[in-house]
Design a protein around this ligand. Structure first.
Ligand SMILES: Cc1cc2nc3c(=O)[nH]c(=O)nc-3n(C[C@H](O)[C@H](O)[C@H](O)COP(=O)(O)OP(=O)(O)OC[C@H]3O[C@@H](n4cnc5c(N)ncnc54)[C@H](O)[C@@H]3O)c2cc1C
Length: 354
């Protein structure tokens, strides 16, 4: 969506609701916010939407979404994004929320690690298991080289131009980036611990063809040390089932997947138990009025970690959030099938194809 904002802003971005997390529940929450007349913005630590659906099981089928007998997790996220399109919701990628403070007028000021500040009437935490952080390269030299020659994502292809690049991993991200980087790098070597991949079969086939054509290399093994005299990466040592090999490298992109981390949300004076936020099930509000928790991060008796449950929780939470954004207004419920304004928005979004 063209309203997606990738850059941090110094001025506070004012919104009715700030949604933390662009997983399926955060995305649907943005739709519900739009339907009931609340503006919202979304922030996510990753550089794409979808949460667990995209990071953990994009091509697996889901069977328990009402009225959708079967769709892959990726298709579900695509459909949710289509559903929120009429509301032009700004999504701030690659930013983790850090601090939150309440003003005298009861509005919330929230800051991210990239310096973006939000000013919101309510906060909806849809952070799943917490922010996904990359599984790091487990060799002693890696920490000092992080961000310089050891990377866990690719921000700009140009940074890898004419370099000897090693991509490590066997999932979708590793193969996608290996195939993209081979076209700009001086040399590209994919290193994976086995000759089998969790990446899509099509990407594996394309990678194998590229290796046969001499466009890139593939080594089965594990990176076990880096040679970086004077802080400059020169080569990578790879342990193999039989023996070892050393290859020249000035950049490594390690794409071993992510682990989840609740991070600073744990310090927001919320009632957090076992990494989950306790909520009141009448409106999914946390122990701090104005901060709501929905989806996998919400905890209450008999909680089911299902997308379906998160959708319901978001819907009730936003109705209470409305009372913080518009304390003097009385909201009357209209079924979506009778909501003329909503119908017009949806139709004009379809007509414009945006
Ligand atoms: C293999 C597998 C199969 C599954 N199958 C099904 C199924 O068939 N049906 C079903 O209903 N459920 C299924 N689930 C569960 C379902 O995926 C989760 O219930 C759902 O993803 C929860 O959605 P969410 O939006 O609450 O959280 P998530 O999907 O976890 O998304 C949370 C988002 O918040 C972001 N975030 C977290 N912390 C921060 C922060 N501090 N700052 C910024 N961003 C942050 C994360 O980056 C992430 O994008 C399955 C789960 C797995 C692992």
């Amino acid at each position: 969506m063209d309203t997606t904002q990738r850059h941090a802003s110094r001025e506070a971005l004012v919104t009715d609701v700030l949604i933390v997390g662009a997983g399926p529940v955060g995305i649907f929450a943005a739709f519900e916010a739009g339907v009931i007349g609340l503006s919202c913005q979304i922030v996510d630590g990753l550089d794409r939407v979808g949460g667990q659906c995209i990071e953990l099981y994009p091509d697996k089928p889901i069977y328990d979404i009402p009225a959708v007998p079967s769709c892959t997790a990726r298709e579900l996220v695509d459909r949710l994004m289509e559903q929120i399109r009429p509301f032009d919701v700004p999504i701030h990628f690659g930013q983790r929320v850090l601090s939150v403070e309440v003003r005298e007028d009861h509005r919330w000021i929230m800051r991210t690690d990239k310096g973006t500040t939000f000013d919101a009437a309510a906060i909806l935490i849809a952070a799943g298991n917490g922010a996904f952080v990359p599984q790091r390269l487990q060799v002693p030299e890696a920490a000092a080289l992080e961000g310089k020659s050891v990377h866990y994502s690719v921000a700009r292809l140009a940074d890898f131009k004419d370099r000897d690049v090693v991509v490590a991993g066997g999932g979708d991200s590793a193969l996608d980036w290996a195939l993209a980087l081979k076209d700009v790098a001086k040399s590209l070597t994919l290193v994976h611990r086995r000759n089998g991949f969790s990446a899509a079969a099509n990407s594996v086939a394309v990678m194998k063809r590229a290796v046969e054509a001499g466009e890139m290399n593939f080594i089965v093994g594990m990176i076990d040390s880096l040679e970086a005299p004077d802080g400059e990466l020169r080569s990578v040592h790879i342990k193999q089932i039989e023996g070892a090999t050393q290859i020249p490298a000035s950049k490594i992109v390690a794409l071993y997947g992510f682990v989840a981390d609740l991070g600073p949300i744990a310090d927001w004076d919320l009632d957090v138990r076992g990494g989950r936020i306790e909520v009141d099930t009448s409106n999914y509000e946390s122990s701090r009025p104005g901060i709501f928790a929905v989806g996998d991060i919400a905890q209450y008796p008999n909680k089911q970690k299902l997308i379906l449950s998160g959708f319901h929780e978001a819907s009730l939470a936003l109705r209470k959030a409305y009372t913080y954004a518009y304390p003097d207004k009385r909201r009357t419920h209209i079924h979506s099938s009778y909501d003329a304004k909503l119908a017009e928005r949806v139709q004009s979004s379809h007509a414009s194809g945006t």
